[in-house]
Design a protein around this ligand. Structure first.
Ligand code: SF4
Ligand code: SF4
Length: 90
């Protein structure tokens, strides 16, 4: 997934560690492995710039600890590339 890396520090993804209850859902649902659980049972962003703003983590977080401006542009781009569909999508 390295080739899908976003530009540095432009992603809208934000995480509030104080709200995190350590359920681990964000790490499970993220297709790019942006989140991981730490030993103190809190989520941690380990690869923030790989976020494609799909919104899955935010929608599944029971503690409302994650916010992201989810859109379809980059997600569609990834799917199109996987399917071999060329042309502008974002
Ligand atoms: S928005 Fe999608 S890609 Fe970004 S961290 Fe959340 S689940 Fe991962
Ligand atoms: S889904 Fe939310 S509460 Fe669960 S580990 Fe991730 S940030 Fe923490």
């Amino acid at each position: 997934m390295e080739r899908f890396r976003y530009f540095e520090d432009v992603v809208s993804l934000e995480f509030d560690k104080d709200k995190c209850i350590g359920c681990g859902l964000c790490a499970i649902v993220c297709p790019h492995g942006v989140f991981a659980l730490t030993r103190d049972h809190k989520a941690q962003m380990t690869a923030r710039n790989q976020c494609m703003e799909c919104g899955a983590c935010m929608r599944n977080c029971p503690a409302l600890a994650i916010t992201v401006e989810a859109g379809e542009g980059c997600v569609r781009g990834v799917i199109n590339e996987l399917l071999g569909i060329e042309g502008p999508c974002c």
